[in-house]
Design a protein around this ligand. Structure first.
Ligand code: SF4
Length: 371
């Protein structure tokens, strides 16, 4: 079983962010953790847990004793498998060696730092609270604290960043030699400060530059021994994020905390995004807290196909056939043959896989399956 826990606190809010997170509310962390633990304890969660993922927000704002309280609630409720993966997202400016040692001692064995870019002026424009010296320090502190599985997030398509500056960012990340690198395209989400800046004339790199950045990073990272195991994720062999893999394979996962989503069996559950409402309601228990939706078999099948196409495992041809047939769709074969000829997908051993070139047009490939 897998569990996702959302920690919705940040020291400041980045210009592009549309995650559920609050700045200047750290005085509520303690009450939030108490409420989260009541939610866990009053749930029907059954273990043992194989993976736990602390996302946010900035989970590394959790004092170690609060993290311990949450992990204890999970352990008592569900138990942990002997090889559990416990991942935590962290912002570089929020940690030091001492704090990281405490997290490690509590069982956190995978860290994910938001590095995003090398250039200080770009990071500033994004509203990030760090520069590269802080990234390097956090990374080295994590190594000293005993972490042997570290991810660094990078973004591309950033305003004001040239192709060569992006390449410099990738090289700087590679110099640190993390086990895992995630590469995300900047999205302009409605209602964010970035969306307003774009409306007011902020220029973003054009499509060609964005495509060149992605393609360059794919080549550079794979040459350096990273495998691209998903559209946005690269890892050294054996260091793929197990939590995300399990979800992409269609395994159940529980969501706990503000705005967290999970899927157990054919029921998707979700939470609202009002911090005080969550704290008050979750303190009474999980029942009545959740928004639930029963997923039909065909929705589950479509989601599984979409997620698996994002990964290097790809999708069984027979699964695809039966999905398209169940939807009364016409043959997709002709279009897929064309994609194959153009080098966007490959078919081998009964599985369709998107090629590294195809990842860039993944949405277009998936659209041809929609009937
Ligand atoms: S650190 Fe992450 S969650 Fe927090 S504001 Fe920035 S993008 Fe959003």
């Amino acid at each position: 079983m897998n569990a996702y826990l959302h920690i919705p606190f940040c020291t400041s809010i980045c210009s592009y962010c549309d995650f559920t997170s609050f700045a200047g509310q750290e005085n509520k962390i303690s009450r939030y953790v108490d409420a989260l633990c009541v939610e866990i304890t009053s749930s029907d969660l059954k273990g043992p847990l194989q993976t736990i993922y602390f996302g946010g927000g900035t989970p590394s704002l959790l004092p170690p004793e609060k993290l311990q309280t949450i992990l204890e609630a999970l352990r008592q409720k569900a138990g942990f498998s002997f090889d559990i993966e416990i991942s935590m997202e962290a912002n570089p400016e929020t940690v030091d060696e001492q704090r990281l040692r405490s997290y490690r001692a509590l069982g956190v064995n995978r860290l994910s730092f938001g590095a995003q870019a090398f250039q200080t002026e770009i990071l500033k424009k994004m509203g990030r609270g760090h520069d590269w010296t802080i990234v390097e320090k956090a990374f080295n502190d994590a190594r000293l604290a005993g972490f042997t599985n570290i991810n660094l997030d990078l973004m591309f398509g950033l305003a004001g960043q040239s192709l060569s500056q992006f390449q410099e960012s990738v090289q700087k990340v590679q110099e640190l030699n993390p086990e895992h690198i995630s590469l995300y395209a900047l999205q302009v989400e409605e209602g964010t400060p970035l969306a307003k800046q774009v409306e007011e004339g902020l220029e973003l790199p054009d499509e060609d530059q964005v495509a060149d950045e992605y393609a360059w990073a794919q080549k550079s990272l794979t040459t350096q021994g990273y495998e691209q195991y998903e559209v946005s994720n690269f890892s050294k062999p054996g260091f793929a994020c197990r939590h995300n893999w399990n979800i992409w394979r269609g395994e159940d996962y529980w969501g706990f905390g503000l705005s967290a989503v999970g899927t157990v069996g054919d029921v998707r559950h979700g939470h609202g995004d009002d911090l005080m409402v969550y704290i008050n309601q979750a303190s009474q228990g999980r029942k009545g807290l959740l928004e639930k939706e029963v997923l039909s078999q065909s929705v589950r099948a479509w989601e599984r196909i979409m997620l698996q196409f994002r990964t290097q495992e790809g999708v069984l041809e027979s699964e695809l056939e039966s999905y398209v047939r169940s939807q009364g769709g016409s043959s997709y074969k002709e279009r897929f043959n064309r994609f194959e000829k153009e080098g966007f997908i490959s078919l081998s051993q009964g599985r369709y896989r998107v090629t590294s070139k195809g990842y860039f047009v993944l949405n277009g490939i998936l659209e041809t399956l929609m009937v």
